[in-house]
Design a protein around this ligand. Structure first.
Ligand code: SF4
Length: 561
């Protein structure tokens, strides 16, 4: 049972933050910028099936909202789910915005729009923290985690400042003091799932990763009471259904998560499994049978894992040691046997790829039976070990940290550096993988093999009342998605009936993954068309290689401790 003292102490903490800060009222309009259109991650067709508008919530903004003085009024507009109205802008004394790299373009447009009407704008979030120079046009920049610097910003605002930069000391925020995010600002039915966060940081050292640069390598975790209070808030607000732990690696501090899961299990049992959980975790999760069983008992049903490459030399070079010296497919199967499906990330374009990686990657995705494989092109994200190395080697494109022009994400706009393998070969590999992996027959085959392995015993069969996914019954969902599928309907029907006969308990999970095909199937074909154009330009001498930044002086490799 959630302990009352935990709840109260968090409320008290919020009051302490609020009462020591400015009292003069202020209308704050929080605007979550649009992600670039045509992204792998928007799952727009799957959202449409249940009447949602976007998969994920703006958790960062509603966390910042919880840090503001109580005398300040907050409105939230998520540009991915709703229109920004003139009346919202007219109401606001200040706009707070910001997000990730693939929101940069809309964030910069918002800054211009606000400044043109004399409305002060504050930017923060991961991309601002990684590339503050891109946001010089904003009135205020909040660089790094907001908790420890928001007080300074509020004091500056209160004394009349209208410009400034506030930079947090890296990795110093005590997340046990972070108040409950303002979930009340959300319109739950706009989202496929609601995000919460238990930890920040990851102990691993993957070269391309910006998480360890933004949040450090020593995971900081919230207290059990604090985490349960967040979930209880959602529950009391009437939310039911899918909750995603947005942690970049939930098992980064195994001791901490193992201590928390029994508490979470008790809490969820007492609420009749009102929430089902997902998260991201490193592949070494498969080595810990006890942890797998704990996650299963706690109602986790899917995990995102970064697999990246089938090639050991490439894994070694990118410092993804946790994926080496193991059967990757066997590790994925262990997670299936613990009742959780796996969605995985793969990347093409590493220096160490010796010849084609296409077939080994396709083989691995098939052998592991991973239905949704997010295969992207390598993208040198700002402020990572990879980007620093490429900068030293003089291989970075001049605008490597600018949001890609036009639409898309790392699927269409990756490889923002001079490659060692021929760019043409990389793109051909990439296209071949997408073509084979998202062929309806291959996709359905993986679903059938997954269904044979997925242990769904003990899982609640019916969705809780109020769960957005319950708006459409499983059988209706199957008919709906079959009618929307542009091709391969018979193959999908066969996959459905095979899964029903092999493992009837897995059907809800399997049909959900089928629904995601409505997005990833057509999306993969869209990406292939874009890649075909790039290949054609390369083959016909039309590709103009972007200018490179001059090499920077070598510096000691900064891996955060
Ligand atoms: S395991 Fe994931 S979060 Fe951790 S360093 Fe690697 S890519 Fe980053």
């Amino acid at each position: 049972m959630l302990c009352g003292t935990g709840w109260e102490s968090l409320e008290q903490q919020q009051n302490i933050v609020a009462s020591t800060l400015a009292a003069s009222p202020c209308n704050v309009l929080m605007i979550y910028p649009r992600f670039m259109a045509d992204s792998f991650w928007n799952f727009s067709e799957a959202c449409e099936l249940v009447g949602a508008r976007y998969p994920a919530i703006p958790l960062g903004l509603i966390t910042v909202a919880s840090l503001l003085p109580k005398s300040w009024n907050v409105r939230l507009v998520n540009r991915n789910t709703e229109e920004l109205n003139e009346s919202d802008l007219a109401w606001a004394d200040m706009v707070m915005t910001g997000g990730m790299l693939f929101q940069q373009s809309d964030t910069l447009d918002l800054i211009d729009m606000c400044r043109a009407r004399g409305l002060p704008v504050v930017v923060g979030g991961p991309d601002v923290s990684s590339s503050p120079h891109r946001y010089a046009s904003a009135n205020f920049r909040v660089i790094g985690e907001a908790e420890d610097i928001i007080r300074d910003f509020i004091a500056a605002w209160d004394k009349g400042d209208r410009e400034g930069t506030f930079e947090a000391q890296k990795f110093q925020v005590d997340v046990t003091k972070t108040p409950i995010p303002r979930f009340d600002l959300l319109k739950f039915d706009q989202y496929l799932y609601i995000g919460v966060q238990f930890s920040r940081g990851c102990p691993f050292t993957c070269e391309f990763c910006d998480i360890i640069e933004l949040y450090g390598r020593a995971p900081r975790t919230k207290t059990h009471a604090q985490m349960l209070a967040e979930l209880e808030t959602l529950y009391q607000l009437g939310y039911r259904g899918h909750v995603d732990f947005v942690d970049d690696n939930l098992i980064g501090n195994k001791k901490a998560i193992k201590a928390f899961l029994p508490e979470l299990q008790k809490w969820i049992e007492q609420r009749d499994y009102a929430f089902e959980f997902t998260t991201e975790a490193s592949l070494n999760l498969a080595d810990d049978t006890e942890l797998l069983a704990m996650l299963k008992r706690t109602n986790f049903f899917a995990i995102f894992v970064g697999i990246e490459s089938p090639d050991e030399a490439t894994l070694m070079a990118m410092r993804k040691k946790q994926n080496m010296k193991r059967s990757i497919a066997g590790s994925v199967h262990k997670i299936y046997q613990a009742g959780m499906s796996v969605t995985a990330g793969f990347i093409v374009g590493f220096d160490t790829e010796k010849g084609s990686v296409a077939q080994p990657m396709i083989d691995l995705i098939e052998e592991a039976a991973i239905p949704i494989a997010m295969v992207g092109l390598l993208y040198a994200l700002p402020n990572t070990q990879l980007t620093r190395r490429l900068a030293r080697e003089g291989r970075l494109h001049v605008d490597h940290d600018a949001a890609p022009a036009g639409k898309g994400d790392q699927c269409t706009a990756g490889v923002n550096y001079e490659t060692k393998r021929s760019r043409l070969e990389i793109l051909r590999d990439y296209r071949k993988i997408l073509d084979r992996v998202y062929d309806p027959d291959a996709f359905c085959g993986r679903l059938e093999r997954l269904a044979a392995m997925l242990d769904c015993s003990g899982r609640r069969k019916e969705l809780p009342e109020g769960d957005i996914r319950g708006r459409i019954s499983t059988i209706k969902l199957v008919h709906e998605l079959l009618s929307r599928l542009p091709e391969g309907r018979e193959r999908f029907w066969k996959a459905f009936t095979t899964c029903m006969s092999k493992n009837p308990q897995s059907v809800r999970a399997i049909v959900t993954l089928m629904a995601f095909y409505l997005h990833v199937g057509p999306y993969s074909r869209y990406v292939m068309k874009q890649i075909d154009r790039q290949i054609d330009d390369l083959e016909h001498g039309r590709f103009v290689a972007p200018k490179l930044l001059p090499p920077v002086e070598p510096e000691p490799l900064a891996v955060n401790a």
